[in-house]
Design a protein around this ligand. Structure first.
Ligand SMILES: Cc1cc2nc3c(=O)[nH]c(=O)nc-3n(C[C@H](O)[C@H](O)[C@H](O)COP(=O)(O)O)c2cc1C
Length: 418
């Protein structure tokens, strides 16, 4: 047992005045545990009970959709009104046990709404996803200004219902190529009205969503934003633009900026520790975080690549980040924070290599397979079991096909013919 107190055990007070009990920040991972009528299931309640007992200061939920016509993935939970308030209350109660902060991540997928659940996606402009996962998405149609106003109101409504149900914070998903991120990106946003053009125009949608939420939720309720450090693709949002957005969000009073990167054209899940930006420790986006911390005063949660207690402690101690964002390791070891705080979890975590054993299949499905595999592990945790130590890609493939249907995995033109 370690006797010195870890820097990760230090509480953190946010700009809104709320104090978080420690520096562990469970990053959002969509659980695919919504019911067929898009409500939270008992499984998700149990999963968050388990994570809350696991010791993290903040649990951010997987993305919750603001519109039932536009899901981010099958199994999404949607909050459009108070229909599912009772189950949301159960979820909030489980996830806030042990003094844990439970924040709902709120999202509209825009163009990145898979065609297994959406044949008519929308986007700031009619720019299709021509990247490696483009086959999963139909080309989008452009949103009207009235529709943009409606989506802003939907984000605010979802946040209001989350607060009413007992969630202790919310997060706006502005990363990974979903709708907010599409607005921010010059390659996806070709609008000529006030929501496009200059960076000021491209960030208007995000600013309106944030301001609408702040007005409704009040000054003492945590509101976080998850932002890409850059889109990591030609013509996408650059690091310089991202820093300018971050500075604006800090001025506006955002409580925690979670830093990530990539889009479905270039997903973060494909990052391996050896290809990460910061080779020293394998933590992704560390170079950006260093620049960001010089620029902004709001607390930062750096997510991606944290695999050992030593790296987490060093990152907080040297001021690279205030909170340690952890995704996949917490789907494998739900009580990792407890273990680290009690001196028992100091070994480096090696994520299993998820593979079907067929190289061409692995290459074609890449991140989709990895996501499916982690969804399976969260389902096992929800049912009281343990994550598998083996990255069985064939099982993940079968799971993904069951959820999306075989057609969704075929190239778009072939699927249209079929
Ligand atoms: C199965 C799965 C689902 C995810 N879903 C979301 C999501 O809903 N919202 C989000 O912002 N990030 C999502 N992510 C990304 C994670 O939050 C995180 O940024 C990424 O996994 C890198 O962190 P890690 O190296 O600690 O896993 C997901 C990741 C995985 C593996």
């Amino acid at each position: 047992m370690s006797t010195t107190r870890s820097v990760l055990a230090e509480p953190l007070t946010l700009p809104c005045g709320v104090t978080v009990k420690n520096r562990f920040f469970k990053a959002p991972m969509h659980e695919a545990l919504g019911t067929p009528d898009l409500a939270p299931s008992q499984n998700i309640v149990d999963l968050y009970g388990r994570w809350a007992a696991g010791g993290a200061g903040i649990l951010v939920t997987g993305n919750v959709a603001v519109d039932s016509r536009h899901l981010g993935e099958p199994g999404n939970i949607v909050v459009e009104d108070e229909t599912h308030l009772e189950m949301l209350r159960h979820w909030a109660q489980a996830g806030t046990a042990h003094g844990t902060q439970l924040w709902m991540q709120i999202n509209h997928p825009g163009r990145q709404s898979p065609r297994s659940v959406n044949r008519r996606p929308v986007a700031p402009s009619e720019v299709p996803d021509d990247g490696g996962y483009g086959q999963f998405f139909e080309p989008p149609r452009e949103l009207s200004r009235e529709e943009i106003g409606d989506i802003v109101r939907r984000f605010v409504t979802t946040a209001r219902v989350a607060k009413k149900a007992g969630f202790t914070g919310v997060q706006i998903h502005a990363a990974h190529g979903y709708l907010v991120s599409q607005f921010l990106s010059p390659v996806d946003n070709h609008r000529t009205d006030e929501y496009g053009g200059s960076l000021e125009g491209r960030m208007r949608f995000l600013v309106e969503v944030y301001q609408g939420m702040r007005e409704t939720l009040g000054p003492d309720f945590p509101i976080s934003v998850k932002l890409n450090s850059s889109d990591g693709e030609p013509g996408g949002m650059t690091q310089e633009d991202s820093l300018r957005v971050a500075a604006r969000l800090s001025e506006l009073g955002v409580d925690v900026l979670e830093v990530s990167g990539g889009t479905y054209r270039k997903p973060v899940f494909e990052e391996t520790d050896s290809s990460a930006e910061d080779h020293r420790r394998g933590v992704y986006f560390a170079d950006y975080a260093r620049r960001l911390k010089e620029l902004v005063s709001m607390p930062v949660a750096l997510t991606g690549g944290f695999r050992s207690a030593a790296d987490m402690e060093e990152a907080v101690a040297e001021g690279l980040t205030d909170l340690v964002g952890i995704g996949r390791p917490l789907a494998l070891i739900p009580d990792l924070p407890q273990r680290i705080l009690h001196g028992a979890g100091r070994r480096r975590i090696d994520l299993p290599h998820v593979s079907t054993g067929v190289k061409a299949l692995d290459e074609a499905l890449g991140g989709v397979l990895v996501i499916g595999w982690y969804e399976m592990q969260m389902r096992r945790l929800a049912r009281g079991g343990y994550a598998s130590a083996h990255g069985n890609g064939l099982a993940a493939l079968a799971f993904t096909v069951r959820r999306h249907g075989l057609g969704a995995l075929m190239p778009r033109r072939a699927a249209r013919r079929g």
